[in-house]
Design a protein around this ligand. Structure first.
Ligand SMILES: [Zn+2]
Length: 221
């Protein structure tokens, strides 16, 4: 369950229910976003599986996931087709923000972030709320056999992964965090395609070098 607020930002009901948290998935029409007073920690995003702990605002370094339990720090991810994912641990008041395209998804950046939250904050996977923002959906994510075959471990029921086909990254991530790494307590996805919905979202696949970036945030108040 999601709503879009008067700033043009998508909010997840599962996260709005947590009063200690701020969050939102920006769109191409978002205004005052990030909020002017936000202390945002960011990354030089590289399609890796590197998870960094954010201790303060500013660039934390090269990587594609940030975790923290510090109050007053907001974690920020920029995307245009890749998936922005935020995670909240209500028991330990810890959070994560992840940038995941197909490379990062295959590298397991989402389960690796869950593992990092376990190690750093004592988070239990079954307590986590995992929310996926807008990004490229399977309608527009057609890949060649060399990429498709790498998803076969996640889709044992599919016999068409040896050829050109469409891949659902959100479903891949849902299956990853629901496997041996533990089951997320809640998993929700905006489910709108950044390529199809030019009215709402930036898209690198659609607009190439002219594409802007959307900002997704999560922070501990
Ligand atoms: Zn689409």
């Amino acid at each position: 369950m999601f709503r879009i607020d008067n700033r043009g930002v998508y909010l997840a009901q599962a996260l709005e229910e947590l009063p200690w948290l701020v969050h939102g998935f920006g769109t191409r029409s978002s205004s005052e976003w990030p909020p002017g007073d936000a202390e945002v920690a960011t990354l030089r995003q590289t399609h890796s599986d590197t998870v960094l702990v954010a201790e303060r605002a500013g660039c934390a370094g090269e990587g594609d996931a940030l975790i923290t339990n510090r109050r007053g720090i907001t974690l920020g991810i920029r995307t245009a087709d890749c998936l922005p994912i935020v995670i909240a641990d209500p028991s330990n008041r810890a959070i994560a923000a992840i940038h995941a395209g197909w490379r990062g998804t295959l590298l397991g950046i989402v389960p690796k972030t869950v593992k990092a939250m376990q190690e750093q904050f004592g988070s239990r996977p079954e307590d986590l709320v995992v929310v996926v923002g807008p990004g490229i959906a399977s309608c527009c994510f057609e890949v060649g056999p060399e990429v498709a075959v790498q998803f076969s471990a996640f889709f044992p029921e599919r016999k068409d992964l040896s050829g050109r086909t469409k891949i659902d990254l959100v479903e891949t991530i849902r299956r990853q965090v629901g496997r041996n790494d533990g089951t997320a307590r809640q998993f929700a996805a905006v489910g709108l395609c950044s390529v199809c919905r030019a009215d709402l979202f930036h898209s690198y696949r659609r607009d190439r070098e002219a594409a802007g970036r959307m900002v997704s945030l999560i922070g501990v108040r």
